[in-house]
Ligand binder design. Structure first.
Ligand code: CP
Length: 309
């Protein structure tokens, strides 16, 4: 059966661990494996802006021995010029995997339903699972290995309704982490996603919770995460959002409440003086550049794992 990676819980806890082990192996040795020798081509489709994702997937596919086929969504116009199903059938005859950054999760699901090669979510409005794989791998890397993840306390401060919050809930619960989302009352995670994460956490020994006070969320945690207050597609709400999230900035004062060896993560791009201060982003607790590098290792790992199933 073809496996896809459309949301974080498409990997079971054991499978997520296999992928994270592979990511750490690729960190140790970038030439660890070349399963796309041939070369096999991977379609990299982007309907939204990107720097890290297109670079890390392009470099990653090349390092796996394959050919990264970068496709501008504005030119392909998937779902406008041609249906998603027809696009899937065309791509499926030519490439070994499809990586797609797009809008609604349903678009990605429709692609996966109509193709017999793996489809990978490179960010949708609902989830950013490759980012959270990279985040978990980079946390494990700086905290001494994968054993650090079960029981780890992670607080996400900011927009609880965005794709990163949803992926921290699902991906973190899969890894057995205790995930707390601190968000204003108008920006709650999707109920179904939260319920799925709760159910997963029961199985893995983790937990998920939502609070509205960032100081409560970060007390004693191992990892503090944040993201832009204005996700792609919400730019028109900028003024309202900046008002709503004013008390949700990751500052030096907030970090002082976390564990002494806590690290800070941010998927980037970061907006200094908005969701995070420049001092925290560039300070000794920040691992954001390791995290950005781990996009490469984690995505090589998930691509290799998917094509080998
Ligand atoms: N974090 C992330 O996905 O970066 P890009 O939007 O630049 O790809």
């Amino acid at each position: 059966m073809i496996r896809h990676f459309l949301r974080d819980d498409d990997l079971s806890p054991a499978e997520q661990r296999e992928v994270l082990e592979l990511a750490l192996e690729f960190k140790r040795n970038r030439a660890y494996a070349r399963p796309f020798e041939g070369p096999k081509s991977v379609a990299l489709l982007f309907d939204k802006p990107t720097l890290r994702t297109q670079v890390s997937f392009s470099v990653g596919v090349a390092e796996l021995g394959g050919y990264p086929l970068l496709i501008d969504g504005n030119l392909a116009q998937i779902g406008v010029r041609e249906s998603i199903a027809d696009t899937a059938k065309v791509l499926g005859r030519q490439v070994s995997a499809i990586v797609w950054r797009t809008f609604e999760q349903s678009r990605l699901e429709e692609m996966a339903e109509n193709v017999d090669v793996p489809v990978v979510n490179a960010l949708t409005d609902a989830f950013h699972p490759c980012q959270v794989l990279a985040d978990l791998a980079s946390i494990a890397y700086v905290k001494g290995g994968l054993e650090a993840l079960p029981g780890l306390k992670l607080a996400y401060i900011g927009d609880g309704a965005n794709n990163m919050a949803h992926s921290y809930l699902l991906g973190g619960a899969t890894a057995g982490c205790h995930v707390t989302i601190a968000t204003p009352t108008d920006y709650l995670p999707d109920d179904t996603v939260f319920a799925d994460a709760e159910e997963l956490a029961v199985r893995t020994g983790g937990s998920v919770s939502v609070v509205h006070d960032p100081t409560e969320a970060v007390a004693g945690v191992d990892v503090v995460a944040t993201d832009t207050w204005v996700s792609m597609g919400t730019e028109r709400e900028r003024v309202d959002r900046e008002k709503a999230f004013k008390g949700f900035q990751v500052t030096e004062e907030l970090m002082a409440l976390a564990s002494a060896d806590a690290v800070v993560i941010h998927c980037l791009p970061a907006y200094r003086g908005k969701e995070i201060t420049a001092g925290v982003l560039e300070g000794p607790q920040s691992i954001v550049w390791d995290e950005a590098e781990f996009r490469l290792h984690a995505q090589k790992a998930i691509l290799m794992w998917l094509v080998e199933q």
